[in-house]
Design a protein around this ligand. Structure first.
Ligand code: GLU
Ligand code: MG
Length: 456
């Protein structure tokens, strides 16, 4: 148990004046409340009141009342900081940060709490003797702060340099140095950071952890990046697309599943390029439910536009070994890396997903696959987007949903995944998607992309 009183005194003595309690809504947008540091002990116990309606906020901050469970302005829940995640923000030293849980006013679980949904899946996995490890990669575009492009003009990029070039990062050297220092101080361990393929696109990959920690860290990393960017006159765009025609920002989600200290995704003895028999079901389960999964892990209107062939963003339902066009990329272990390095990368994943729900859905789909021995079939090692439609059909290759209507049909068609959300949250989630789709329906993709640019 963390002693909230001692913690608050210690933080206050070190100049911390407030704690920002953060959660992510059904659009993947972080929402928060900040409380004075002196009230932390009380808030840790009783929470603070927030509206029930955050579950039905759409991407544009409109509240949809179309979900029957949350159809009136009346109602409150309690937002409680998880003190295990409490972090003094290196880039905002007067503030600490904590991930928030939402519970009903009477203390009972609140069915719209996405973090609770992930906790339930982690417990279900533990009940079957399984542990999941997860890690996010985050791609973002860096621009000069100031002109947000609201006037119609595109924001100015932070640098112009070849992809992956050290000269690209030199142009934002102070930002990079502060960011790495702040992430380390905030307890977000980093695998690597680099100038990515797209114009002024940067990627940060975070070391794998247990699922709750991985999702918490994804939110904390965003806060850390935004703060470091602001300190250097920059701005970070996390949206699935920065421009309608350009390269997207994928937030690839890596998972591995373990039993008794053994990574079930480690290569089989007979074929090193696929998981062993007892782990293949994880991959098979993700593949089987991929269309429904994508509705949760890449749920926004720009998400759908990002999923195009030829952009390493994935467009068809298949898996591949180290294939960057595949929505499911099996990452190999090796003698050098160790067999335990093996994992599955879900590339149909972006910032508009709630990270807790995304991971909950992945775990449920993977566990069901293990249980059923779901067969992933043969990998595809090329880009099937370059094939003829007839050749794809001959291989039984399905396009991932491209419209909100197809996306909803895919999600509601999977009992396995709708059960993860539960009826109330599913209703709110779908209401929000419909609200976003209606907003986008009579706008150009350029306008839709611009409106999502700074939401995450
Ligand atoms: N930017 C690509 C995407 O939309 C991914 C590029 C890569 O890291 O392979 O997911
Ligand atoms: Mg990348």
């Amino acid at each position: 148990m963390v002693d909230a009183g001692a913690l608050a005194l210690d933080l206050a003595a070190n100049g911390v004046v407030g704690v920002t309690i953060t959660w992510a809504d059904n659009n993947g947008i972080p929402r928060s409340r900040t409380v004075p540091i002196a009230s932390l002990p009380q808030v840790a116990k009783r929470g603070i009141g927030v509206s029930t309606l955050f579950a039905v906020f759409d991407t544009h901050d409109a509240i949809t009342f179309a979900h029957h469970g949350l159809a009136t302005p009346s109602g409150d829940v309690r937002l409680i900081p998880d003190l295990r995640g409490l972090t003094r923000l290196a880039g905002q030293p007067a503030l600490a940060w904590a991930p928030g849980r939402q519970i009903a006013v009477d203390g009972s679980p609140w069915p719209y709490d996405q973090r609770g949904v992930l906790e339930a899946q982690v417990e279900a996995a533990a009940a079957e003797g399984l542990k999941v490890r997860a890690g996010y990669e985050m791609e973002f575009v860096l621009t000069q702060a100031g002109d947000l492009g609201d006037s119609g003009a595109e924001p100015r990029l932070a640098y112009h340099a070849p992809a992956y070039s050290p000269h690209a990062l030199l142009a934002v050297d102070e930002f990079v140095a502060d960011l790495l220092a702040d992430l380390a101080a905030n307890g977000v361990p980093v695998n690597q950071l680099h100038a990515e393929y797209g114009p002024a696109q940067v990627e940060l990959s975070i070391v794998a952890a247990d699922p709750i920690t991985a999702a918490d860290r994804q939110l904390l990393a965003r806060q850390t990046i935004h703060a470091a960017a602001r300190a250097h006159g920059l701005r970070a765009c996390f949206a699935p697309l920065f421009t309608a025609a350009g390269v997207g920002n994928g937030w690839h989600l890596h998972t591995s599943v373990w039993r008794g200290g053994r990574n079930l995704l480690a290569g089989s003895a007979t074929a090193v390029d696929r998981p062993g028999l007892d782990g293949a079901g994880w991959l098979g389960g993700l593949l089987r439910d991929l269309r429904a999964l994508a509705a949760i892990t890449a749920p926004s209107v720009p998400s759908l536009a990002r999923l195009r062939p030829g952009y390493f963003a994935s467009a068809y339902q298949f898996w591949g070994v180290e294939n960057r066009e595949a929505p499911l990329r099996y990452v190999l272990g090796s003698e050098l890396l160790g067999a335990d390095h093996a994992n599955v990368e879900l590339r149909v994943s972006d910032a508009s997903a709630n990270p807790y729900l995304a991971l909950a859905a992945v775990i449920a789909a993977g566990m069901a696959g293990l249980r059923d021995g779901a067969d992933p079939g043969e990998p595809i090692q090329v880009d099937p987007g370059a094939w003829s439609a007839r050749d794809r059909a001959a291989c039984g290759l399905t396009r991932l949903p491209t419209t909100p209507a197809e996306q909803e049909e895919a999600l509601t068609g999977s009992k396995r995944l709708t059960a993860v959300l539960g009826e109330p949250l599913l209703g709110a989630f779908l209401a929000v998607r419909r609200s976003d789709a209606a907003w986008a329906a009579d706008r150009s993709l350029d306008d839709v992309v611009a409106a999502h640019r700074w939401r995450y």
